[in-house]
Write a protein that binds this ligand. Structure first.
Ligand SMILES: [Fe+2]
Length: 161
């Protein structure tokens, strides 16, 4: 089959590059290095595409939501409450996209709520949470919280991996 791809990553790499410049000026110490943010953004987007294809969700909206889900942490450098801190920057980021308002809102809500992995959200929100967990697992993170393990097992069964 043929997939229609949109390259969301150029904008994201440009933003992360700007933040890297700022870090050099102000010496921000981050909970996660920007090198991880780059990798995680790109690989979550790819996992998001696969999950979206399987679930009949818009592939590019899912990829975009997955790629920017940690935008709050990109700005603050902090893991604590980073999903909530994502609201303002994600709205700003999406302002330049010619998407329908309801799609922008769904992506924004997915960013805000992506840490609530014990809750079930919209289809895009679920893809963001699932891609996040699977990507961390595939990068060798220890998945220990019972609701994270349960989510991971479900995704792996869905994907037959
Ligand atoms: Fe996150």
């Amino acid at each position: 089959m043929k997939w229609e791809f949109i390259n969301h990553m150029d904008k994201i790499y440009a933003l992360l590059g700007e933040l890297e410049e700022k870090d050099r000026e102000n010496g921000l110490e981050r909970d996660y290095p920007l090198s991880w943010e780059r990798v995680h953004a790109a690989s979550c987007a790819q996992i998001g595409r696969l999950l979206a294809q399987k679930r009949g969700v818009d592939i590019e909206l899912a990829a975009l939501a997955c790629s920017i889900h940690d935008i709050g942490r990109w700005y603050t450098g902090r893991q604590k409450d980073h999903a909530l801190y994502g609201e303002e920057p994600v709205r700003k980021f999406l302002a330049s996209y010619s998407l329908e308002e309801k799609d922008k809102e769904e992506i924004t809500q997915a960013v805000i709520h992506h840490s609530e992995k014990d809750m079930i959200g919209s289809p895009i929100e679920e893809i963001v949470k699932d891609a996040d967990i699977l990507d961390c697992y595939l990068h060798g993170d220890k998945i220990t919280k019972p609701y994270h393990v349960a989510r991971l097992e479900k995704i792996m069964e869905e994907l037959g991996i």
